[in-house]
Design a protein around this ligand. Sequence first.
Ligand SMILES: NC(=O)c1ccc[n+]([C@@H]2O[C@H](COP(=O)([O-])OP(=O)(O)OC[C@H]3O[C@@H](n4cnc5c(N)ncnc54)[C@H](OP(=O)(O)O)[C@@H]3O)[C@@H](O)[C@H]2O)c1
Length: 327
Amino acid sequence: MAASASASSAIAFSSATGAPARGRGSAAPLRLLSPSVFVSSGPRSLQLRSTMFGSDGFSSFSGVRAQVAAIEQADVEANKKVDAPVVIVTGASRGIGKAIALALGKAGCKVLVNYARSSKEAEEVAKQIEALGGQAITFGGDVSEAADVESMFKTVVDTWGTVDVLINNAGITRDALLMRMKESQWQEVIKTNLTGPYLCTQAAAKIMMKKKKGRIIQVASVVGLVGNVGQANYAAAKAGLIGFCKTVAKEYASRNITVNAIAPGFIASDMTAKLGEDIEKKILSTIPLGRYGQPEEVAGLVEFLAINPASSYITGQVFTIDGGMVM
Ligand SMILES: NC(=O)c1ccc[n+]([C@@H]2O[C@H](COP(=O)([O-])OP(=O)(O)OC[C@H]3O[C@@H](n4cnc5c(N)ncnc54)[C@H](OP(=O)(O)O)[C@@H]3O)[C@@H](O)[C@H]2O)c1
């Protein structure tokens, strides 16, 4: 499919060139000075001094204090934006990917919201991120197509200058018992769920290794750990993703890039909605916590691995989040 990118309010892209263009609001990537520059020599320090030694002498001292506080707060906000991690979330228009994008947006990240077909839903996610205080752009592209992946990384680098975190979340199912599984069903799932993460991880690692910093999270599945009837293609792709994760973690540890996988069990999303009542009943009987997980619960784990300083010593691990199914 042809790749396309757009921003909900800040940046619009020419689909032909992928180059950023001025849109509504502030268009260029933020280039903010450090707080010390502002306080010691910037125009606001001049403004501050003229207020302090103005015609009414020191009588407006409490007003000055308020101004200092406001400037300090603005500097904190500016600093937050400078340091805000740049994140790509693949398959972020719906389900788990959407919850991850929103959680990271709420945490102040700059988020590229990738999708395959659901452009309206992706735009909505981007708008929600901005309402939560983050920044977002959307990018329509197939993660299993090298040209789309290249274009996605060019877009994010042109917009925000780098990539700090990659969440390989996009995934599909094409279920059938092995005897009935068509080669096309096998290939489609392997291509999206395994080749996609390979292409995106390779592109991200190229950027991250130069700055010796980065975090990559692969969204695998418990099915990749224990198998599941009717999902030979999906189980093979997710098990492959886990092996891929551990290998890349070993290859890039010396560059300070951590690579981890999560293995969700059954999470309420479009993917599980199509299973049907009978299967759902059977599934619930195998989950000790007795319920499906929520996308937001998965997003919490991903947020921890993606941006929390406390996870910086974790790499090459698989985190099961499944209500106790696999233990
Ligand atoms: N739900 C579960 O119970 C569960 C359990 C374990 C693991 N997982 C894994 O978690 C991930 C998300 O699952 P989900 O349940 O949230 O799925 P979902 O609701 O079906 O959403 C899938 C997302 O992936 C996108 N996508 C699909 N193919 C793509 C491609 N080729 N390129 C780019 N984006 C693509 C979709 O975009 P469009 O909207 O444009 O189609 C959508 O945003 C998957 O990797 C899945 O295997 C899910």
